[in-house]
Design a protein around this ligand. Structure first.
Ligand SMILES: Cc1ncc(COP(=O)(O)O)c(C=O)c1O
Length: 368
C-alpha cells in the first residue's frame, strides 16, 4: 500500500504519543488475578453520581432511538441561569475535552503557537500538535505553580491561545485571583486565554481562588471551561461546557458535530446540576480525606504538593514512581505514574472513599 495515503496533513502529528488513560479495572483484575481493585487513577468521583442524575438517565434511555436535542436547549438554559449569563454564551461539549479541541481546531493554523505550563493537562499539547501548531511549554516554578511571569514573557506574535488549568492537573496547585487578573490585563489582544476549571467545585472558596465565570462576567475576553466529569460524577457520559464570548460560540457552532452531546448525558447533567447536596457531599468527603491522607503520608516522610483538586501529587523521596506504580498495581491499586510528565519520582493519586484510601496507604507502606 502506498505510504503516502497515511501521511498526516500536519507532520507534528507524527511527534505525538497517544493519550495514556488510567488502566481499566477489569483489565487489572484479569491480569493480576485479583477480585478487588481500587482505581485512583483518573480523578473520578468515588461517591458515584447523584441519584437524581441516575433516574434522569433511566428515563432518557427509553428514547435513545431519537437523536438528541442538537441545540441542548434545556441543559444550556440551566447552565446559563446557574451562572447568570445569557445562553448565547454557553457551548456544551462531549466532555470539556471536546471544547478544548474545538477551540484549537477553530483558532490554530500552521505556524501558530499555544502556550501552557508544563506539566499540565496533556490535551493542550495533543490538541495543539494535531492542528500543525507549536505548543510552547513553560515549566512550573519550584513549588510546581504556574510561573505567570515566564508565561507572559513567552507570548509571541504567533501565540493564539494560552491554556491555564486552575487548579492544575497533575499538581493540584492554583493561580490566585490577583495573579490571574494581572495576567489577563497584560494579554495582547491577539491572544485568547482558556481557563480550564475542570476541578472548580473542589477549589471554590479556597483562599484567593478565583471564579473564572465571574471574571468573564466582569468583561474579560476569556473562555472558561467546566465539566460534569469530576465533582458531578458523570465522567463516563462525556459532558462539559464552556462560557465564552458570543461571537466565539457562533463560530464553534459552525464546526462542531450537530449532535455532539448525547441525549442521556444531557438529561443526567441537567439533573446533576440541580443536586447541590450531592456536590457538597462530594466536596466535603474529598477535603476530609485529602487532609487525612496527606497527614498520614507526611507521618511516613512523604511530601505532597498542596492540592485544590481531587487528587494528590505524592513525592516519593527519591524512589522511582514507575516502580511504586507497578508495586501498587500488583496489590490491586491503580494510580498514575508521572514520568511522562517529567516527574519520575512522584505518583498522582485520586482521593477515593475512606476504605479505598486505606487500601492504597497500606499497599504503599508494604512497598516502601
Ligand atoms: C485539567 C483538566 N481539564 C479537562 C479535563 C477533561 O475533562 P472532561 O472529562 O470534561 O473531558 C481533565 C480531565 O482529567 C482535566 O484534568
Amino acid at each position: 500500500m502506498p505510504q503516502k495515503i497515511f501521511k498526516p496533513a500536519h507532520s507534528s502529528v507524527e511527534d505525538l504519543v497517544p493519550y495514556q488513560t488510567g488502566k481499566p479495572i477489569e483489565e487489572v483484575a484479569r491480569e493480576k488475578g485479583l477480585s478487588k481493585i481500587v482505581k485512583l487513577a483518573s480523578n473520578e468521583n468515588p461517591l458515584g453520581m447523584s441519584d437524581r442524575a441516575l433516574e434522569a438517565m433511566r428515563r432518557a434511555a427509553a428514547d435513545v432511538n431519537r437523536y438528541p436535542d442538537g441545540g441542548t436547549y434545556v441543559l444550556k438554559k440551566l447552565v446559563a441561569d446557574r451562572h447568570g449569563v445569557p445562553d448565547g454564551n454557553i457551548v456544551l461539549g462531549n466532555g470539556s475535552n471536546e471544547i478544548l479541541e474545538l477551540l484549537t481546531q477553530l483558532l490554530l493554523g500552521n505556524g501558530d503557537e499555544t502556550l501552557y505550563a508544563w506539566p499540565a493537562f496533556i490535551v493542550y499539547r495533543l490538541a495543539t500538535l494535531a492542528h500543525g501548531s507549536r505548543g510552547v511549554e513553560v515549566p512550573l516554578d519550584k513549588e510546581l505553580r504556574h510561573d505567570l511571569g515566564a508565561m507572559r514573557d513567552a507570548i509571541t506574535s504567533r501565540t493564539r491561545i494560552v491554556f491555564i488549568a486552575n487548579p492544575n492537573n497533575p499538581t493540584g496547585t492554583y493561580v490566585n485571583g490577583t495573579q490571574l487578573e494581572d495576567f489577563i490585563a497584560a494579554l495582547p489582544p491577539h491572544v485568547l486565554l482558556v481557563l480550564d476549571e475542570a476541578y472548580f467545585e473542589y477549589a471554590a472558596g479556597l483562599d484567593g481562588f478565583p471564579d473564572g465565570v465571574e471574571l468573564f462576567k466582569e468583561g474579560r475576553p476569556i473562555v472558561v471551561t467546566r465539566t460534569f466529569s469530576k465533582a458531578f460524577g458523570l465522567a463516563g457520559l462525556r459532558v462539559g461546557y464552556a462560557v465564552m464570548p458570543e461571537p466565539l460560540v457562533q463560530l464553534i457552532n459552525r464546526i462542531r458535530q450537530p449532535f455532539n452531546v448525547n441525549s442521556v448525558a444531557q438529561a443526567a447533567a441537567a439533573a446533576a446540576l440541580e443536586d447541590e447536596e450531592f456536590i457538597q457531599r462530594a466536596v466535603q468527603l474529598n477535603r476530609a480525606e485529602m487532609d487525612r491522607l496527606s497527614r498520614a503520608l507526611e507521618d511516613i516522610g512523604l511530601m505532597t504538593t498542596p492540592s485544590a483538586a481531587n487528587f494528590l501529587l505524592i513525592h516519593l523521596a527519591g524512589r522511582d514512581g514507575g516502580e511504586v506504580y507497578n508495586g501498587l498495581l500488583d496489590r490491586g491499586v491503580i494510580v498514575r505514574p508521572m514520568a511522562g510528565y517529567g516527574l519520575p519520582q512522584t505518583i498522582r493519586v485520586t482521593i477515593g472513599l475512606p476504605e479505598e484510601n486505606d487500601i492504597f496507604f497500606k499497599a504503599l507502606m508494604e512497598i516502601l
